[in-house]
Structure formats: structure tokens, C-alpha cells
Design a protein around this ligand. Structure first.
Ligand code: BG6
Length: 467
């Protein structure tokens, strides 16, 4: 482990070290103490085979029952901060209406316990978990969901805002758009570009309205959004490849980044939506609300870049409209892959994002809110003392941190690094296939936790504020 004299990459005082998780992926207790159903509970009921090994959201790591011990493990693995999410369908079982007092008690306990152990709570409001009752009226397509969400957000601020000083409106709001309405990996698994655009617009509007509601309460904290940014790299510098990368960037990054930080949408994107007849329904006053309620800070989730090239064949005019009408994906020869998740590992991408934020987004305050490496079959790395020797994860984090450090030296306004994730957890359709945690969870032994080698290493990084 690091010794004080050996620190080459030192981070600023007060740097946030920790990890991120979400309620639906960790809490379990899916039908307990008055929790309502969300789309994941429902999808699992009707299509269990969509989930790896048939494991559903009722089978997660049981944080609902084990949070006290888990918070001790956070301490033991060097956390000074932790991002959790409130499950909308636990707090307000039908999405709107009655508040569940058991949920209030649970989230109060978790927040108080973290604070008692010196762990700053970062709280996210929406992590893909649409309450089923609201999905039944169309979810984000229906404007009533925006109103219900703002009420839910306000309820959270009023209940917990005396102690929570870092709030986030959404985690990766583009993912429900992609998964639910374009590429079939989230419920309601439709393919409909028009609906996708409406969902995206309402998510952004909901975020701005929640920010507005938060500021009215004058609670003396910060509010932001967490975006998965995938820098778009062109195959070459020829103008057609450059244009392809620019449009991929507009669809997948700037669609949410620009309205969240600058309060306006990318012009290229609006033009495409206009030309193709896909502009969303916008009510008078919506754009002003988005303009006036931009974020205080940005969470950056970074896993992989997007590599694109100009289209090689003319798009089929009869195929459903997709962003891929403007570019092809490009498999760069020699790229480094995470074989388990099928995602490219390109550490410099994290630096390119931070540099872009510094140069083009007013150097908005930000932190790395997710970055991590999912690995299948980690049990084989467990040594005779019971510890998983995940040197590959240490290397993964270290190589990314070196680029974060370089960005910092050049003036990036980056305040922390949160790994995905604290302990192995359930994931959307991958269930427990890929393990990401600093702490392992043994599903065959009632979810027994053990700190991995990366957890010990992370503690030393946090204690020394560097490595
Ligand atoms: C992020 C999400 O996109 O990626 C997490 O915010 C998710 O919820 C993580 O678990 C890893 O993805 P996966 O599918 O490998 O678990």
C-alpha cells in the first residue's frame, strides 16, 4: 500500500472519495413495508428470462436490512462520501399521492448513519425506477409524470434536505430513452424515435423544474444531474467522419449536457428533429424554465468512448428512424476491451470529458460520479484468506485517476471520484453477472460481504489523498 513519501498523484484537500449505487440495485425488500412496484419489479414478473440467470430486483444485496454493517464497510474502504438513490416507488408507492412513512424512516436512518460515520450523502432522485402506476399512464411520455416527479423531488428536499447537501435530479437520463424507446433493453421496450424524443424532453424539463423547486426552498446545498458522457471519436480526420462524430456527440452527449449546463439544446439536433418531423410537444414557458434552472454541478459517469465513422451505406428509408441514420459505429483495431462487459477501456476519455467541460461549459463544477469495471466470475480470484485479488480493478481505477489528475493540473473543476460501485450489486438485465464492487457479495451465503483487495487499496488512496 502507498506510503506518504511515495505519492506521485496527489489530489486537492477535500477531494470526494467514494462510490455510487442505486436503491433498486441494492436495497432488495422489493415488496416490503409498503413499497410500490416500479417498472423493474413488473418487467421481472412478466419476463423473468430477460434477466441473467433469472435473478430479479427482489434478490439484490439487501441493503434495506444490512445498511448499518454496509456503512461500516464504506468506512473501512475509505469512503468520505457515497451516492445513493431514493426509490420513488418506496417513498411514494403509486408515484403520486400518499407518502410511505416506513420509507421515510428507512432513508432517515441511512442518511443519519452515514453522517454519523463521516460519510457525506450524495442523493439521486431518479435512477431508471419509474413507478409502475406512472408507467401505466405513459411514464415520461405523459406530462403528468413531470408534475408527479417534481412533487416527489420536493417531498425529498423537505424530508431530508436539512442533512443532504448534494442532490441530483437524474442518473443517466438518456439511458431510459435509449433502453425503453430505441434499443430494447429497458421496459417498456418499444422502438419509437418520436416517443424517445418526448421522454428525453420531459426528463430535462422535470430536472429543471426540480432544480427550481429546490432553489425556492433555500436549503443551502447544491443540485445537479448525473450524465453518462461518451466522448465521440471519429475514425479519421476526414470531414465525413468528423461530421459523423459531431452528430453522435449531439445525440448522445449534448442532448442532455447542453440543456442541463447551458439551458439550451444543440442547434444541430433541433434542426434534425425539425427536418424529420420529430420535435417534441413543448408548452409555453417550458424553454424559459430550462434556460433559468441549470445545474450547480455535474456528475460525470464514464465507462467507454463512442467510436464512429461516416455511414458506408445509404440508410434504408423504410427502417425505423434511429440516430444511427447519421453515423456508423466503428470498431477501432487494437482497442482495449473489457472482455466481460464488452466495453472498450480508454482511460484518456475521462480527461477529454473534463477538458471539454473546462473549455466549453464554463468549467462547471463536476465530479466523477461513476467509473468502474464489471467482471464475471470473480470468485476464481478469491485467495485462501477469502479476499478477492482484483488487481485488474486497481489498475483500471489508477489509470483513470492519472488522467483525472492531469485534467486537475490543467485547471479542471473536478471535485471527486466515485467508483461504480460499493458492493457487488444487481444490475438491470445483467443481474449479478458482472461484479463491480470494492466489496464482494456472496449470494450463496446470505449475501456475505468481504472487502476486496481494491477496497483496501481504495482506502489507502482516500487516506493519502492520492497514490
Ligand atoms: C451505469 C448505471 O450505466 O452503469 C448503473 O448507472 C449500472 O446503474 C452501471 O449498473 C453498470 O452497468 P451494467 O449493466 O454493467 O451493470
Amino acid at each position: 500500500m502507498t506510503n506518504m513519501n511515495e505519492i506521485k498523484y496527489r489530489f486537492p484537500d477535500g477531494f470526494w472519495w467514494g462510490s455510487a449505487a442505486s436503491g433498486p440495485q441494492t436495497e432488495g425488500a422489493a415488496a416490503v413495508d409498503g413499497k410500490g412496484k416500479n417498472i423493474w419489479d413488473h418487467w421481472y414478473e412478466i419476463e423473468p428470462n430477460r434477466f441473467f440467470d433469472g435473478v430479479g430486483p427482489d434478490k439484490t444485496s439487501q441493503f434495506y436490512y444490512k445498511y448499518k454493517d454496509d456503512i461500516l464497510l464504506m468506512k473501512e474502504s475509505g469512503h468520505n462520501s457515497f451516492r445513493m438513490s431514493i426509490q420513488w416507488s418506496r417513498l411514494i408507492p403509486e408515484g403520486r399521492g400518499k407518502v410511505n412513512q416506513k420509507a421515510v424512516e428507512f432513508y432517515n436512518n441511512v442518511i443519519n448513519e452515514m453522517i454519523a460515520h463521516g460519510i457525506e450523502p450524495f442523493v439521486n432522485l431518479f435512477h431508471f425506477d419509474m413507478p409502475l402506476k406512472l408507467q401505466e399512464i405513459g411514464g415520461w411520455i405523459n406530462r403528468e409524470t413531470v408534475d408527479a416527479y417534481v412533487k416527489y423531488a420536493q417531498t425529498c428536499f423537505e424530508l431530508f434536505g436539512d442533512r443532504v447537501k448534494f442532490w441530483f435530479t437524474h442518473n443517466e437520463p438518456i439511458v431510459p430513452v435509449e433502453g425503453g424507446y430505441l434499443y430494447d433493453f429497458h421496459y417498456p421496450n418499444e422502438v419509437d424515435f418520436g416517443k424517445a424524443v418526448q421522454v428525453a424532453f420531459h426528463s430535462i424539463l422535470a430536472s429543471a423544474k426540480a432544480i427550481q423547486a429546490y432553489r425556492k426552498l433555500k436549503q443551502d446545498g447544491k443540485i445537479g444531474i448525473i450524465l453518462n458522457l461518451t466522448p465521440s471519436y471519429p475514425r479519421s480526420q476526414n470531414s465525413a467522419d468528423l461530421q459523423a462524430a459531431k452528430l453522435a456527440d449531439a445525440f448522445f452527449n449534448r442532448s442532455f449536457l447542453d440543456p442541463s449546463v447551458k439551458g439550451e439544446f444543440p442547434r444541430e439536433l433541433i434542426q434534425i428533429l425539425k427536418d424529420e418531423g420529430f420535435l417534441p410537444k413543448i408548452m409555453s414557458g417550458d424553454l424559459a424554465i430550462i434556460k433559468e434552472n441549470t445545474v450547480d454541478l455535474l456528475g460525470v459517469n464514464y465507462y467507454q468512448p463512442r467510436r464512429v465513422k461516416a455511414k458506408e451505406n445509404l440508410p434504408n428509408p423504410n427502417a425505423p428512424f434511429m440516430p444511427e441514420r447519421f453515423f456508423d459505429h466503428y470498431e477501432m483495431p487494437g482497442r482495449k476491451m473489457n472482455p466481460h462487459r464488452g466495453w472498450e477501456i480508454y482511460e484518456k476519455g475521462i480527461y477529454d470529458i473534463l477538458t471539454n467541460l473546462r473549455e466549453n461549459y464554463g468549467n462547471i463544477e463536476c465530479f466523477i460520479s461513476e467509473n468502474g469495471m464489471g467482471v464475471e466470475g470473480e470468485e476464481k480470484f478469491r485467495d485462501q484468506n477469502g479476499m478477492i485479488q482484483d488487481d485488474y480493478r486497481i489498475e483500471f481505477i489508477q489509470e483513470h485517476l492519472k488522467w483525472v489528475h492531469k485534467a486537475l493540473e490543467e485547471g479542471a473543476n473536478v471535485k471527486g471520484y466515485h467508483l461504480w460501485t460499493f458492493m457487488d450489486n444487481w444490475s438491470w438485465s445483467n443481474a449479478y453477472k458482472n461484479r463491480y464492487g470494492l466489496v464482494s457479495v456472496n449470494l450463496n451465503k446470505d449475501g456475505e460481504r468481504t472487502i476486496k483487495k481494491s477496497g483496501q487499496w481504495f482506502k489507502s488512496v482516500s487516506e493519502h489523498n492520492g497514490f
